[in-house]
Design a protein around this ligand. Sequence first.
Ligand code: G4P
Length: 534
Amino acid sequence: MSLQEEIARRRTFAIISHPDAGKTTLTEKFLLYGGAIQTAGAVKSNKIRRGATSDFMEIERQRGISVTTSVMTFPYKDRLLNLLDTPGHKDFAEDTYRTLTAVDSVVLVVDCVKGVEAQTERLMEVCRMRHTPVMIFINKMDLEGRDAFDLLDELEQKLAIHVRPLSWPIGIGATFKGVYDLYRGGLRLFEAGKTKVEHSQVAVSDLGDPVLANTIGADAAAKLREDVELVQGVYDPFDVAAYHSGLLAPVFFGSAFNNFGVKELLETFAELAPQPGPRPTDHGEVRPDEPAFSGFVFKIHANLDPNHRDRIAFLRVCSGRFQRNTFYHHVRLSRPLRFANPTTFLAANKTLVEEAWPGDVVGLFDTGNFKIGDTLTEGANFFFRGMPTFSPEIFRELVNNDPMKSKQLEKGIRQLTDEGVAQLFTQVVGSKKVVGTVGELQFDVIRYRLEHEYNAACSFAPLNLHKACWLTSEDKEALDRFIRAKTTQIVYDKDGAPVYMAPSAYMLDLERRENPAITFHTTSEFKLSTVAAT
Ligand code: G4P
C-alpha cells in the first residue's frame, strides 16, 4: 500500500467523558465490533477508586492497566482505527490534554441524565483550542434522562459548538423505544438487556411510512414526525466540512451498556471522521504524505518494575514512514537515535513493529532521552507545536527528608516531571523547588515513586498560590526590572523560562495592569518557537 493509502485508512481518536458517563463501556463495545477483544469485561476501568486501598496502590493498579490500553488498534471495515486511551480521573486531566494533541478527532460521551458536566466542559475547551472534530454520543438512554432538545441546547451553550443530531430518540427511560436514523434513514428498535446481540432494524422508506406507526404505535410515530420536523427546522443540514473544522458536532443517542446505537456511531465515525491531517510546527505545517518521517512524543510511561528504570515514550507518527532500526534525529538533543524494539499496543498484547504510518502511535523504549513534546525527524530541525503546558492548580514546596539522598531526589523529581507527572519550578534564591499539579493525587504518586524507584524520601509543604504565569515581553528591561523586584515570587521552569507565581487572582490582575509591557501567560504554548530557536 502506498503512503497515501495508508494515511487514508487511518482514524486516530480518543473517547472522552466526565467520569461515569460511559467511556469504558463504549470503548469496550467498539473493541468488540473491531474484533480486538472477544468478551465483554476485557477492558478494565482505569478509574481511580477511593476507598478500600490507599491511593497510591490504586495509582499503581491504574498504571498497570493504562499501559496495555494506551493505544488500541483495531480494524473496522476498510479502516484502521487507533483509539488512544485517556485517564478517567480529573487529577490526571493534564495527561488527557496531552493525549488530545495526538489524535485527529474525538468521540465525546455525555450522560443523558446528568447532561454536560464540569470535566466535559474543560475537555471541550482543549478540543476547541485545537479545532479538533468532535462526535457526540448521548449515552444511557435507557434511564430517565433529560429531554433531547434540552440536552442539545445545553451542549451548544456549555460547549460553545454547533450540534446536528444524526439520530433521534423515540422516548426515553422506561418508554425508550429506539432511534430513527436521520443520516441513513431507518428505524432501530431498542430491546433492553441485549448487550451483545444486534437490535432489530426496521426498514422505513420515510417518516410517512405506515410501518412506523405499526411498529412503535401511532402516538410515538406522530411525536417522532413532529420532533424530526423541528430538528430539520432548527438545525442546519449536516456539513462534513464544518465537522472537520471542529465547528459542528454530529450527535447520536444510544445506550453503550445495552449496545444500542453503538454500531451506528462506529459506522458513521469510520465513514466521516477525518484521516490524519497536516500538523503545525515552528517551521510551518508538515503534511502526513511528506515522504520524510516525523513524529512527536506525547506521553511517557515509566516501567512498573522499580529495578528497571527504562520507560516507554509514546510517539505519534505525523509524516512519512517510521521504520524499526533506523536512525532518526532527536531535534532537542540534536542526536541520532535508533529503536530496535518499537512496539504497538493491541489491547493487551504488545507487539514489535517493523514500520508505522501517519496516525499510528509507537512505543519507544527510552532510557531517559525523551521529554514530553520531543520531536523526531529524518534530519530536519523543527518542533511540532501544540503541546501546551497549563498552569498547575496546586503548588507545594518539595522538602527533602533525607539529606544523604539529595542526588536521588534531584534525579527522581527531574525524571518524573519529564514524564509529565507534575511540573517543576525552581527558585533561584535558596533554590527552593516548587512542584505544581492539577490534582492532589499526583503528590501521592510522586512521593510513592520517589521512595520506591529512586530511594529518596520527601514531603510537601503547602504553598498558597493561585497560578503560574510564564512571562514574556518585547521590552527586555521592563521584564528584568519586574523579575528583580519580585525575586521571591519568580521561579524558573525546566527550560529556564521565568515564571511569576501569582499569590491570588487579585494580585495577578494588579500586576497585569501595572506592567502592561509584560505578558502573563497561563499556558506555555507560546514557548515552543523560542525553545526551538535556542
Ligand atoms: P467511564 O469510563 O466514563 O467512567 O464510565 P463507565 O463506562 O465505567 O460507566 C459508568 C457506569 O455507567 C457503569 O456502571 C456502567 O455500567 C454504566 N453504564 C454505561 N453505559 C450505560 C448505559 O447505556 N445505561 C446504563 N443504565 N448504564 C450505563 P457501574 O455500576 O458504575 O459500573 P459496573 O459495575 O457496571 O462496571
